[in-house]
Design a protein around this ligand. Sequence first.
Ligand SMILES: Cc1cc2nc3c(=O)[nH]c(=O)nc-3n(C[C@H](O)[C@H](O)[C@H](O)COP(=O)(O)OP(=O)(O)OC[C@H]3O[C@@H](n4cnc5c(N)ncnc54)[C@H](O)[C@@H]3O)c2cc1C
Length: 313
Amino acid sequence: MRCTIVGAGVSGLSSGIRLLESGHDVQILSDKFSPETVSDVAAAIWYPFLVRPADKADTWGLVTYSVLEELCEESPEAGVKMRDGQEYLRGVVDLPPWKDEIAAFRILEEGEIPDGYVFGWEFRAPVIEMPLYMPWLKARFEEQAGVFKQGFVKNLQDLEGDVIVNCVGLGARELCDDMEIKPARGQVIFIDQDPGIGHFDQQPETLTYTIPRSDVTVLGGTAQVDDWDLEIRDEDNDLILSKVEAIWPELDRSKIVGGAVGLRPSRTEVRLEEENIGGVRVIHNYGHGGAGVTLSWGCADEVVSIAESSNES
Ligand SMILES: Cc1cc2nc3c(=O)[nH]c(=O)nc-3n(C[C@H](O)[C@H](O)[C@H](O)COP(=O)(O)OP(=O)(O)OC[C@H]3O[C@@H](n4cnc5c(N)ncnc54)[C@H](O)[C@@H]3O)c2cc1C
């Protein structure tokens, strides 16, 4: 099958790799490439966050967890590391449905929970260092004879190929006239200090995290819906630092080395389905909100399965 993917973020690259591995011809057409995509700004830890539908997200997430765990073992150059982290909550909630499927999950003891919180858990999850991971994905796509082309797409039905895979993220607002997709603005700070383990409060209203990478730690965050501002804002930095200090009091502000902003492609739910547009087969794979990396391989597998099943019928 000849496949044209639109978009070169983590969704487009992962879908492209899986389609190539299944023996198809694949080109990726995109207006921007790494390091200029939203995916490059992702913090990024495996965690189904700010994304629906929850049941499918959990399934796609667990597929991705296994792939990333394997990459950590077998391809260290991909920039994936398994790390321990603690999630803190302000109320007692149901345990996540994936708790038994991931490594080292346990409920925190009272003495491990910071002031202001009442509950929490520890877990081991992949941290994906996007400055390494995105180039690695690109290289893996090209090694398998995938082709990149630069260009901005105005109409999906004008593209060549037996199937078109739409991985444009927030670009779907314009390309598909999809008003359900909105930016959830995320600002982060990079600091040259290691918290040892990750500390998280991943409720959208109070979002706070420290994600250690091999060079810096990423501090967050914000999730400002319908906010298109790509500039770093001082007031958001102040907010992030005060939130992080509440869960990581050792934070040393003199060690800050940078920051970034990205617009998460937030949608009522991920759109992963086939649509026939004027006789052209289009598979949409966008709207992954705050979990595009977390869901990437699970969604890519489903893209292949939709492409191949419809082709047989
Ligand atoms: C601060 C921050 C922290 C995050 N942390 C995490 C995390 O810890 N874990 C996690 O899983 N996720 C995280 N995310 C979310 C994650 O970054 C996104 O869900 C993911 O990057 C979406 O990937 P994508 O490939 O769908 O979209 P994108 O990366 O936005 O890629 C879209 C691609 O489509 C192209 N495109 C768009 N429109 C067109 C067009 N008309 N024609 C041609 N090309 C087009 C773009 O140029 C781009 O290449 C975070 C995001 C932010 C901002």
